[in-house]
Write a protein that binds this ligand. Structure first.
Ligand code: FAD
Length: 485
């Protein structure tokens, strides 16, 4: 333990950010770095708990007190070795993870938790600068070939681990660039795409082959997969939830991903093949209160929207401990994101009943109504009714639907391979085995668990790779997260 009294001496701090008015002028990341002293103080707050709940709070099982200790001692190489032993891509999670480890931090019971996510980001950025991040070449080759379909965080983690185990790995990606939602969902101001490119370069040098513009089941025949010993399906949960109300067909009503993907392509100088969607000088209505909705808010403000309003059907989340939520809710439920800080009218408990258009079929307004929620004995919302007399029109010329995703795409690859699905339409495979109804076909990430988080995708990619390795070799050389839990 670096400093036994650190948690008594230092308060939690996070690095400064550019002012909201400044950062809205561009698409760059805006969070500054800690000074050495600030970082040292933050690492010193870790209490090295006898039972480190943060280990199991983190889906990757990150060994957090140990890397905090190394940071406190200024031992960067060791900090990086500890962190990278459980997490292939701390540069992603250190930027965009909602940090369930911090919700599990014992210090959070009566103080603010250790700034674990920021410490993680600093370790990996320093590791890249100091040259600790080197290609992971496997000189002992197994002679086995594995195809990974999808290059989001789940596919990338599976590929990195399988390559490390000595298999020849080819990653197929239907988009023009690698990264999945890291590349074409999450905006550049949260995750600069050079961070992905830097990692892909290391993976290529390690021996992983990437084939972009390659949609298996479409322009790459599914039969091509027959030449591999094992297959990992990591295609994500890509079918968005629709809002089937009158006026859905009007010009100006779009799925959030149509809007966000275009902007990421613009910033990345990739070709945009669909009709341009732009928020400049428009009243924008974002429907859906999660991460995707928040990214639409930040992007609309950067476009120069006239106004940005965000609707959430559910009531305002609790900010204090309740019987239903006895654990401190910070920071998971206080979802005021950096995009909200940049300007947005937020409404909870509100429903959109109709989109209204002009004579040319262009969106001009939404007809909305307030909701009153009924709660159960524990204060959990269970049903709602409309508030009489609250129906009104909200002028808007652009709507983005950010109401989550239903399941992976079934047409093409999954149907052609005859993959069994769950009742919810995800791939049917357990969280411990990752194996589908086809013995040599495995799956990881949102395609298996449904829409989730980057940290879960990386965790599933790693665990799935171990199961593939066991399937191919009888036993696996890859680490299990159970070992650190
Ligand atoms: P994806 O990232 O969806 O990658 C799947 C890839 O497979 C895609 O590139 C797709 O093109 C490719 N593919 C699919 N089918 C084929 C095929 N047949 N052939 C070839 N390629 C194929 N999580 C967080 O933790 N923090 C956040 O801040 C956050 N923000 C988000 C913002 C948005 C807008 C969205 C939509 C999600 C966000 N998430 C966030 C969730 C997170 O991005 C996902 O949980 C995660 O990316 C899932 O990873 P994955 O690898 O399973 O799938």
């Amino acid at each position: 333990m670096g400093k036994p009294t650190g948690f008594l001496e230092f308060e939690r701090a996070v690095p400064q950010k550019d002012a909201a008015a400044d950062r809205k002028q561009n698409y760059q990341e805006f969070v500054h770095s800690f000074s050495d002293e600030q970082l040292n103080n933050q690492a010193a707050r870790c209490m090295n708990c006898g039972i480190p709940f943060c280990h199991s709070g983190c889906p990757l099982g990150n060994v957090i007190p140990e890397f905090n200790d190394a940071v406190y001692d200024g031992n960067w190489e060791e900090a990086y070795a500890i962190l990278s032993s459980t997490n292939n891509f701390p540069e992603f999670t250190g930027r965009i993870c909602p940090a369930p480890c911090e919700s599990a931090c014992v210090l959070g019971i009566n103080k603010n938790p250790v700034a674990i996510e920021e410490i993680e980001k600093h370790i990996i950025e320093i590791a890249f600068k100091k040259g600790f991040v080197q290609p992971n070449k496997s000189y002992l080759k197994t002679g086995k070939r594995v195809a990974v379909v999808g290059s989001g965080p789940a596919g990338l983690a599976a590929a990195a681990q399988l390559n490390k185990a000595g298999h020849d790995v080819v990653v197929y990606e239907r988009d023009d660039k690698v990264g999945g939602l890291l590349r074409y969902g999450i905006p550049d101001f949260k995750l600069d795409k050079s961070v992905i490119d830097r990692r892909i370069e290391v993976m290529e040098q390690s021996g992983v082959e990437f084939r972009t513009n390659s949609e298996v089941g479409k322009n790459v025949p599914t039969e091509e997969l027959d030449s591999y010993d094992a297959i990992v399906l990591a295609g994500g949960s890509t079918i968005p939830r629709n809002l089937n109300i009158p006026g859905r067909e009007l010009k100006g009503v779009h799925y959030a991903m149509e809007f966000l993907k275009q902007q990421n392509k613009r910033v990345g100088n990739s070709a945009i093949e669909t009709e341009e969607i732009h928020a400049k000088d428009k009243n924008v209505l974002v429907i859906g209160g999660g991460d995707t909705g928040s990214d639409c808010v930040g992007t609309s403000n950067r476009h120069g929207a006239k106004s940005v309003t965000q609707f959430e059907l559910m009531p305002t989340p609790p900010t204090a401990r309740t019987e239903a939520m006895p654990w401190p809710s910070y920071p998971m439920l206080l979802k005021t994101t950096t995009s909200h800080e940049e300007g947005c009218q937020r409404h909870w408990s509100i429903s959109t009943k109709e989109f209204l258009g002009d004579a040319d079929g262009n969106l001009r307004a939404a007809r909305v109504v307030d909701l009153e929620w009924e709660t159960d004995a524990l204060g959990r919302p269970v049903s709602f009714k409309e508030v009489e007399g609250s129906e009104r029109e909200l002028p808007c010329e652009l709507v983005t639907l950010a109401m989550g995703f239903l399941h992976p795409q079934h047409e093409g690859l999954l149907q052609q391979l005859g993959i069994k699905l769950t009742d919810r339409g995800n791939i049917d495979a357990t969280e411990t085995e990752f194996q589908t109804n086809k013995a040599n076909v495995f799956t990881a990430g949102d395609m298996r668990r449904g829409q989730s988080l980057v940290v879960w995708a990386i965790s599933e990619g790693r665990e799935c790779a171990r199961k593939v390795d066991e399937y191919l070799m009888g036993t696996s050389v890859l680490e299990s997260k159970e070992a650190v839990m």
